[in-house]
Design a protein around this ligand. Sequence first.
Ligand SMILES: [Fe+2]
Length: 307
Amino acid sequence: MTVPPSTTFRVPLPDPLIELLGAKVIGLPSAELDRGLLRGDVSAAYDRVRAESADAQIVVRRCRALLDDPDDDGFAVIEAGPLLDHYGLDDGRKAATVLLSWLGRPLRAFDKWPLWKPLGTNLAIDPMRATGSGYNPLHIDVVNATEPPDYSALLCVRPDPQGEGYSIVSQLRRAVDRLSEGERAFLAEPVFHDGAFHDLTGVGTEYDPFPVLDGLLPAEGFVRFTAKMLPAMDFRDPHTSAVRALERELIAEQKRFLLGFGDLVVVNQHLCVHGREALGPGQEGVPEERRRLLWQMFLRATGADAR
Ligand SMILES: [Fe+2]
């Protein structure tokens, strides 16, 4: 007998909440930022919608349980398709921003992009990049910052028409626990590098070189893991072997799922890495405006999880 894959990480939106967001969204202020974070008064206006809706509070509690329990996997997929379907991409995106603001303070991070950064599919760049078409290996976002975003969110606006590009996620803390003490000691040394750091706000300062393990508790610290740093590392160096061992553990327990239209995956970066399998073959035959498109946004934890 085949056991169907677990979908307990999916969070549907109750119809009354979808209707409430539709009724409120036009009158709510637009998502103005202050130093890269959603402005306080805008955040307060969005929060008043949560405060008056029992359904909103149930959804928030469900998301918090999935995202923030260190014994759980640290991710959730919110089924926001009806928001885009009923209210169009502009108001639907604003409604998704309102919803995410209940989980943390929306954060842009990249100065040169809007709050929601479009991640289309570009066949001319390195396939392993976020906007490439190949395997995007497991990583946390903005890994080389002193304060990476607490949560990373991706809203699927257009799935891969070739039917692939599975999302992958894996729980970092359990994978670290399965390593040897020696491997953990190598990962605790600040000798790791990853890419450039510029035009960023709200993520602290550049951390280079950084340790993979910072020794802090999950609520505070990060496992600064990205498999994207591996190709540039010396394969004879035991630090490289320790990173490879961690990648093996992460892949061994990874979960994979397809994002449908309007699915909004949220990942707690203190607990969970994410990535993407290759898109389907024949992307050259798909016009660019029909290839997979996600919108990305970050959240800064507000410490409001007790409400
Ligand atoms: Fe990412």
